[in-house]
Design a protein around this ligand. Structure first.
Ligand SMILES: *Cc1c(COP(=O)(O)O)cnc(C)c1O
Length: 388
C-alpha cells in the first residue's frame, strides 16, 4: 500500500466521462491503511478521528467499522454520528468553547467527555452537563506546524491545576489533560516537549490529590504527501517511545484528522477556459477556491496538480483560476505546466482533508460529487470488458 492514494492516469479520463467533473474519488482502502498504520505505530493509543477534517459519511463509516472513536466539535457532528449508530461513549467533545446547542445536544445524546481551557467553560459545563468528565487543554508552543492552534486555544500550563481544582469544586470529574501541537506538524519534538510538560502537570496534580487517568495528545500528524518526504514510521515511533517512558500507565488518546483523511482523496477537474491576460497564460478550471480548493484559504494548503504525460512542449508559467465570478478565486499562480487546452483534465492528489469539508456552493456551483474508488474501479473494468 502506498503512503498516499493516487489514481492511475489511465483511469482519469474514464472517470471524468462516466461521472463528469469536478469529481472527488475517495479510497476506503487508503482510509483503512492510514488507520492501521497509526494503530501499529502508536499501539495502545485510542484514536478519535477529528471529523471536521472530512465528514464524508462513507469515510466515517469505514473508521467506525474499524473501531475508531471520534473527536466532535458541534451539535451537527454529534447528531450525524449518532444517526449513523455510533455510540456517544465513542466521542470526545473536544471544542474548548462549546455552543449552548452543542452542550444541549451532548447532554441529550449522552456524550460525556469534554475538553476545556477556561474558568468560564467550567461553569457552563457544570450547569448544563453536571455528569461530565473533563480534560483540561493546555497550550504548547510550537513553530514546527503549518497551522498553530495554540494561538487560539489552551490554558497556560501553570493554570492547569487551578482549573482542575475549580472543576472538581463545581462537581465535575477531572479525567485528564490534553493538548494540540498544531496542524501538519512535522517534528516529533513538539510532541515530546508537550509530553514532558504534561508529565510535570500529572505529578503536580497527584500532589494535590488529583489522579489523572487520561492524556490526550491531540491531532496534527501531517499528511504524508510525496513532497513532505517524511519517515512517518519513525515520527510515530518516537512519540510512542516518549509515551512509554513518561506515561507507561496512563490511558492515551489521540485526535488525528488530516493524517487519516488527507491522503484518501483525489480530485479531477477540467480546463474550461484559456486566455492570455497581460501577456500571461490563464487557465480556468471547473473547481475553485469556494469548492474543494477551499483548503488554500482555510488550511494554508498548497495543492499539487498533475496533467497527462502526453502533454508535451516547453513548460510555461500559468495562473489557474476557479469557475466563480470572484477575483479571489485563483488556485495556482505561476504554476509550471506544459501548454494545456480546453477540456484537458487536471488531477490533484492528497485533497482529503480540509478541502471538501469546507467547500461551499457560492455562486451556485454544486459541491463536487464523491465516488468510492474501490466501487467505481470494478465498474470501469466491467465496462471495458463489455465494450471489448
Ligand atoms: C482540528 C482538531 C484536530 C485535528 O487536527 P489535524 O491537524 O487535522 O490532525 C484535533 N483536535 C482538535 C481539538 C482540533 O480542533
Amino acid at each position: 500500500m502506498k503512503e498516499f492514494f493516487k489514481l492511475p492516469w489511465g483511469k482519469v479520463e474514464g472517470l471524468a466521462q462516466e461521472y463528469g467533473t469536478p469529481l472527488l474519488i475517495l479510497s476506503l482502502k487508503q482510509v483503512e491503511h492510514n488507520y492501521e498504520f497509526l494503530r501499529q505505530h502508536l499501539p495502545g493509543v485510542k484514536i478519535f478521528y477529528a471529523i471536521k477534517s472530512n465528514p464524508d459519511l462513507r469515510l466515517v463509516q469505514k473508521l467506525a467499522e474499524m473501531d475508531c472513536s471520534f473527536d466532535v466539535a458541534s451539535e451537527g457532528e454529534i447528531t450525524s454520528l449518532v444517526s449513523m449508530g455510533i455510540s456517544p461513549d465513542r466521542m470526545v467533545y473536544a471544542n474548548p468553547v462549546k455552543t449552548y446547542k452543542g452542550l444541549e445536544t451532548a447532554g441529550k445524546t449522552g456524550v460525556r467527555d469534554f475538553t476545556l481551557d477556561s474558568e468560564s467553560e467550567i461553569y457552563r459545563i457544570a450547569r448544563s452537563n453536571p455528569q461530565a468528565r473533563v480534560l483540561v487543554r493546555i497550550r504548547v508552543d510550537n513553530n514546527h506546524s503549518l497551522v498553530d492552534l495554540n494561538k487560539k486555544f489552551g490554558a497556560d500550563p501553570k493554570d492547569a491545576i487551578p482549573l482542575m481544582l475549580l472543576a472538581i469544586q463545581e462537581g465535575l470529574e477531572v479525567a485528564g489533560l490534553c493538548f494540540h501541537v498544531g496542524s501538519q506538524n512535522t517534528s516529533a519534538d513538539a510532541y515530546l516537549d508537550a509530553l514532558s510538560i504534561s508529565r510535570r502537570i500529572f505529578d503536580d496534580a497527584a500532589l494535590q490529590g488529583i489522579h489523572l487517568k487520561i492524556l490526550d495528545i491531540g491531532g496534527g500528524f501531517p499528511i504524508p504527501t510525496g513532497d513532505l518526504n517524511m519517515d512517518m514510521a519513525s515520527f510515530m515511533d518516537q512519540i510512542h517511545y516518549g509515551l512509554q517512558s513518561l506515561f507507561p500507565d496512563t490511558e492515551i488518546w489521540a485526535e488525528p484528522g488530516r493524517y487519516l483523511s488527507g491522503t484518501t482523496m483525489n480530485l479531477i477537474t477540467r480546463i474550461i477556459g484559456s486566455q492570455i491576460r497581460n501577456g500571461r497564460q490563464w487557465y480556468y478550471l471547473d473547481e475553485g477556491i469556494y469548492g474543494t480548493f477551499s483548503g488554500i484559504l482555510f488550511d494554508h494548503w498548497e495543492y499539487e496538480m498533475e496533467v497527462a504525460k502526453t502533454k508535451k512542449g516547453p513548460e510555461i508559467e500559468a495562473t489557474f483560476a476557479g469557475p466563480s465570478c470572484d477575483s479571489l478565486d485563483v488556485v495556482f499562480k505561476d504554476y509550471k505546466t506544459p501548454p494545456l487546452e480546453i477540456d484537458d483534465l487536471v488531477l490533484v492528489a492528497n485533497c482529503g482533508a480540509y478541502s471538501s469539508a469546507s467547500a461551499t456552493t457560492f455562486n451556485g456551483f454544486a459541491k463536487a460529487e464523491t465516488v468510492i474508488w474501490e466501487e467505481v474501479e470494478e465498474k470501469l473494468q466491467e465496462e471495458i470488458k463489455a465494450v471489448s
